[in-house]
Ligand binder design. Sequence first.
Ligand SMILES: Cc1ncc(COP(=O)(O)O)c(C=O)c1O
Length: 419
Amino acid sequence: MIKKEKKRPVHSEVTGFPVIDGELTIGGIKISQLAKKTAGNAFYAYDSALIKSRISDLRKYLPDEIKLHYALKANPMPDLISYVRHLVDGFDVASVGELKLAISCGQNPSEISFAGPGKSDNELRTSIESGAIINAESAGELERIIKISKKLSRKVKVAIRVNPDFELKSSGMKMGGGASPFGIDAEQVPEILSTLNETDLIFMGFHIFNGSQNLREEALIEAAEKTFDLAVKLAVFSEVPLRALNIGGGFGIPYFPGDKALNLKSLGEKLTPLVQGFKKKFPETDVVMEFGRYITAESGLYVCKVIDRKISRGQTYIVTNGGMHHHLAASGNFGQILKKNYPIVVGNKMSKKNLCSNNLENVNIVGCLCTPLDRLGEKVDLPYIEVGDYIIVFYSGAYGLSSSPHNFLNHPKIKEFLL
Ligand SMILES: Cc1ncc(COP(=O)(O)O)c(C=O)c1O
């Protein structure tokens, strides 16, 4: 009897990276060719065409009135920032380092907004001098902005980051609702606005960011609805019209088995009446959405090489020259409660024969660090792996290198390619 082959998703097909001669490619280049440029060391590669197509999908399906911002924290690689700059309407930065990076990549400071708790006086000064918009996160921060702007005799554009009185349900990371270090509680905003009304600051509007990594359409729509309602209520307390309302983003990526990708078309259809309803009341107000991972995650591959394979008490360990110092998120140590595997393949063993279920073995993929936290994949079914093979982690275009402790143990610096 012929054994029926189990259907197994081929991630390269899911994520749009073609396979040539049984080897994964990115931007038309085989993984092994790129590895030659790094002398076999691990690397990240990002496909610019996938980033572009993601942004054009957002443009196509989200309401026309939405202005799109890119949140640099997801991937601050300078070439990528310079590339994305031409495709979006603005940037969101979370530090003066990111602000300077964005400006050095050619972004106009008036199209950058700076959010994040704990801005020092020096950072506020640099930011004020640059002309970027500052999203005030607390009453104390606002006081310091007022003081510094007076000293510098500069007119400063300020938005209020609001900690809403509701949450974005089912988010990978909640960042609003309840007590929070982020933003000013909605109920304190009227008083803050009365202070602001008496200053020379240029009040831009509200920034209401609720959460990140959300794959539930109903939750995203419900939060958007509540965000518009809250903005309308709070706007009454401003003496000047809102110039902008940033409603956040939070769109998630289906990293793990069982996750379902968001349906952008359907989301867009449901957001349209909400945006249009708001625009009817506030025709002069820009409605902004900001995305990090949704723009870059799927464009990126993390590639490392197999150094060793060993069996320990019945389990196979594939030891690579990569690990959590390059990719903390894939090791499960960046906000995951239980370790789940990112999609992983063996980049040079992508032929149908290699992927046939009869030829798969169950292995653990680990990095080269002396810590049990350094696991890229646990109990993954992969083709038989040999020393020298390439392990590829998908969805690595966001919260990869910049979110990882890459100085830990002083391994070689890793390269990134934008192709
Ligand atoms: C204020 C703010 N904006 C944007 C983002 C980007 O979120 P994501 O990459 O999930 O789109 C974050 C993430 O934490 C954030 O805190």
